[in-house]
Design a protein around this ligand. Structure first.
Ligand code: SF4
Length: 446
């Protein structure tokens, strides 16, 4: 058997892709956990949150049964607080900073508490914000991902009329199309986008791509300002022989297909190699296993110390039965009848630190070969350099340059999120969207 779909029963698919972080089922559980919080002064959990959510306040509100108040506290800082409670690497952010870690005790389950309040708000369609009357200004937002949605929501609250242009047929960006299905369901993503848009004053046009269906000069002409939250999306090539063989896929497309079709319709190999060790690589590896792949091997060119994923994510891959090979770099993919058959890897060792500050992998000259029928490339994404350069935006290898007010080198054109930083966490994109909205408001009212 090689690459094929429908490897498991409907029940097995359901079990494998059910929520890996079960929520609090009753308020009592949430209140008991909330009561553990010490309401620290100058709370380190808030400091480590890129959107500065007032964690002790929202937890205190939960402990007193004020769930609406806690949802409002969260959404005031992070309108995608629901999504972030499911996908944030909290072990290196708020929960990693919780003082309980210093006491060698389990940190407060901040994400689970945040999820409790935000899910209630989204499911109950609670109206927590009122939009100011229109100020007669129009802003175009390109991209309905976390940065674009956060920017649109913040602008709309201040009475700006916003139009979002999104190239896909649904909003949510990475949340909807790029993370493991067992972290967030498509229904949740849709409900969250609907909830954000329900504030009013935001029009959204789907299947409108920048450079194809709309152009930047058109938007500049029709709107008072433009925000570009176009993200990154092009998978980095391996540039090795055999990359064009049938069975070689990039992780972005693999996860996109999985998120846009039925699990049973997503093909996967018997023996899958995943190249990379970031969050996308982990998501591709674990989901390959959960689709029924017999063996999944993750290949990373450095050691565990330099891995970009967190320990929690790595444990997830290990618990799913994925094998890890450190200090290995793909050298060649060998095929038979046009299909992937083997992966040849160079054995690496660590040399001097590179520009990232991490010790660089150096080829030892030795190789090893593994049998595979599918290779998933998750060696990073690159920005839309051609698109950005065509639009005359100053950029560094496709990453749009902005000033402290999030404005690009084109007057009235602002940008933020992955399109600027090359790819960070969802919560960073939300903050970039808020920063963009602040810059735009200053621009519109000066
Ligand atoms: Fe509560 Fe931990 Fe934050 Fe202190 S650091 S306020 S205990 S969540």
């Amino acid at each position: 058997m090689s690459i094929q779909n429908n490897r498991l029963s409907p029940q097995e698919f359901e079990n494998n892709f059910s929520d890996i972080h079960p929520p609090f089922e009753h308020i009592e559980g949430a209140v008991i956990e909330a009561n553990r919080c010490l309401s620290c002064y100058d709370a380190p959990c808030t400091k480590l949150c890129p959107t500065s959510i007032d964690v002790p306040l929202f937890i205190k509100q939960i402990s007193s049964g004020n769930i609406k108040g806690s949802a409002k506290t969260i959404f005031s800082s992070n309108i995608m607080g629901g999504a972030c409670s499911k996908v944030c690497p909290v072990e290196k952010l708020c929960e990693g900073a919780c003082v309980y870690n210093l006491l060698q005790e389990k940190p407060i389950s901040i994400a689970k508490l945040q999820r409790y309040s935000t899910e209630k708000a989204i499911a109950g369609k609670w109206k927590l914000f009122n939009r100011k009357p229109s100020i007669g200004k129009k802003v175009a937002v390109v991209g309905a991902g976390p940065a674009g949605l956060a920017c649109a929501h913040a602008l709309s609250l201040q009475g700006v009329d916003v139009t979002i242009f999104e190239k896909e047929e649904k909003g949510g960006g990475l949340m909807t199309y790029g993370v493991a299905a067992y972290k967030v369901t498509p229904e949740f993503c849709k409900n969250e986008v609907d909830y954000i848009l329900s504030v009013g004053g935001i029009d959204i046009h789907y299947k409108k791509a920048l450079g194809t269906d709309i152009t930047l000069p058109e938007l500049q002409q029709k709107y008072d300002a433009v925000f570009l939250g176009i993200g990154v999306g092009i998978a980095r090539r391996l540039d090795i022989p055999g990359e064009e063989l049938e069975g070689v896929e990039d992780a972005i497309s693999f996860i996109y297909n999985l998120r846009t079709t039925d699990f049973s319709k997503t093909p996967v190999g018997d023996k899958v190699a995943v190249i990379g060790m970031g969050m996308t690589a982990i998501d591709a590896a674990t989901q390959s296993k959960r689709l029924g792949a017999k063996e999944v091997t993750m290949i990373y060119r450095r050691t565990e110390n330099e891995k970009p994923c967190t320990d929690v994510e790595l444990d997830l891959a290990k618990l799913d039965g994925c094998s890890i090979v450190w200090l290995a770099n793909p050298k060649e993919i060998i095929g038979e009848n046009g299909k992937v058959k083997k992966l040849v890897c160079s054995k690496m060792k660590l040399g001097e630190p590179d520009a990232s500050g991490r010790r660089a992998p150096v080829d030892t000259g030795e190789t090893f070969t593994i049998d595979v029928d599918m290779v998933i490339k998750a060696a990073g994404q690159i920005p839309f350099e051609e698109l950005v350069s065509k639009s005359s935006l100053e950029n560094k290898s496709g990453k749009i340059s902005i000033n402290k007010k999030s404005e690009t080198t084109l007057k009235g054109v602002f940008a933020g999120g992955d399109a600027v930083n090359g790819g960070k966490e969802v919560v960073d994109a939300v903050q970039a969207g808020k920063d963009g909205a602040k810059g735009i408001l200053e621009y519109l009212t000066s």
